[in-house]
Design a protein around this ligand. Structure first.
Ligand code: ASP
Ligand code: MG
Length: 416
């Protein structure tokens, strides 16, 4: 058995959905669980709907939702002659909610509305495949993946989910070669929809790969596989044939948007290889990520923009090492906030963080009780793994505010 994950870009037009069908046709002898994201940028569009609803702009919310609805209906219609009743039900569910007034927390409504993106895309795709001869079973993943009620970043209940996978998913494979379900979403024991964090479909696929003890997981993307840099930011970006799980975790940790960081653990735990391949060139081999040691990697380059440097110096010249750093760590925990880079000196501490105003402001406010605080915005954090002096020289630009190096990784905070 295998798991395939198709992201939003791979299903964002009628042509691309037809292309997905051709890919599945070339695996007609395999049993495949197919995890699909919302079409194109639907999740962003649904976020706008939630924002309008939550600011009590009901009319706007309904209009924004209607645009999403029309787009899906149009794709569905172009793909197949049969109307899909399930779509109507899904639309009605959201429209009812939008007619209410918000009385609960934002994150709850976010999940109830945003989850519709994946339900719509999979309904359309499953229906299209069935009418064009690819027999498949559509599954509402909310009946399978049980989570807690930490809306927008829900954690999976592995025991319950495993039981559901064994009792409800495995038997489908007696009758079907293909089971189609949604990434990114789940449900609480109270039947409230939840989401697993943006870009979470990779993770959903890995959860299934783990619980079904699959031979492999494949993520179909619009690039040739994993590259050593974002080609939009580094013109000489090159394809990497093979990577170790650890390397990918590190890359994701430093901010590379390759694969959702939670994806690796469920795969690593069962030694399941992860393939990243191009849906545009399905015949090319892509990248494999597995347990083997991989030597001779090119430098791996990660840019993180919109970084903020927070400098804290103790007002009374107390040494940082006398407990002040632990206090600041506690402060970070309290605000559910994590620095991307830390540097500790005798009486001062430097923290590089993402520019999140709603986190930085209260953090700085609290820290200012004890420290002199200086905040510098608009910075870029460059990380290079397996760096050489040459590449460092080539990529360091502007004013360097901070630089840290281990034999493996160099990090430079720059003001460009
Ligand atoms: N559709 C969701 C998002 O855009 C999940 C995913 O694509 O993985 O974040
Ligand atoms: Mg996506």
């Amino acid at each position: 058995m295998k798991v395939f994950k198709f992201g939003g870009a791979s299903v964002d037009s009628v042509e691309r959905i037809r292309n997905l069908k051709r890919i599945l046709q070339s695996y007609s002898h395999d049993k495949i669980l197919v995890v699909v994201s919302a079409i194109g940028k639907t999740t962003n569009a649904l976020e706008e709907v939630v924002n309008a609803f939550y600011s009590k702009e009901k009319q706007l919310a309904l209009e924004l939702f209607d645009a999403i609805k029309q787009k899906h209906l149009q794709i569905a219609e172009e793909l197949s002659s049969q109307p899909i009743d399930q779509l109507t039900d899904l639309f009605t569910e959201v429209e009812w909610l939008l007619h209410d007034k918000p009385v609960r927390e934002y994150d709850y409504y976010y999940d109830q509305v945003v989850c519709i993106g994946e339900l719509l895309s999979t309904s359309i795709i499953s229906n299209f495949l069935n009418v064009s001869g690819i027999h498949n079973k559509w599954v509402d993943v909310r009946d399978i993946i049980r989570t807690d009620d930490n809306f927008r970043d829900a954690r999976i209940d592995w025991n319950y989910t495993n039981a559901r996978v064994q009792n409800a998913i495995v038997p489908f494979f007696n009758d079907y070669n293909i089971v189609i379900t949604q990434g990114f979403i789940g449900s609480t024991g109270e039947n409230e929809s939840t989401t697993l964090g943006r870009e979470g479909s990779d993770y959903t696929a890995a959860v299934f790969a783990n619980l079904l003890a699959c031979r492999s997981q494949t993520i179909w993307k619009d690039v040739q596989g994993v590259l050593n840099a974002d080609p939009k930011l580094y013109t000489k970006a090159e394809w990497i044939k093979e990577l170790n799980y650890k390397e990918v975790i590190e890359m994701a940790y430093y901010g590379a948007q390759v694969i959702h960081p939670k994806t690796i653990k469920p795969l690593q735990n069962k030694g399941i290889p992860l393939y990243v391949r191009s849906f545009l060139q399905p015949e090319s081999e892509g990248t494999v990520i597995h347990d083997r040691n991989v030597n001779h990697l090119p430098p791996i380059i990660v840019y993180k923009k919109n970084q903020v440097l927070i400098e804290l110096s103790s007002k009374d010249y107390s040494f940082v090492s006398e407990g002040l750093n632990t206090e600041v760590e506690e402060l970070f925990q309290q605000f559910k906030f994590k620095p991307n880079l830390t540097q500790i000196a005798a009486i001062s501490m430097l923290y590089v963080v993402d520019d999140r105003q709603n986190k930085i402001e209260p953090f700085v406010f609290k820290a200012a009780e004890q420290f002199d605080v200086k905040v510098t915005k608009g910075l870029t954090l460059l990380t290079i793994r397996h760096y050489s002096e040459n590449i460092l020289q080539e990529l360091i630009e502007g004013k360097v505010l901070l630089q840290q190096q281990t034999p493996e990784t160099a990090q430079v905070l720059m003001q460009l």
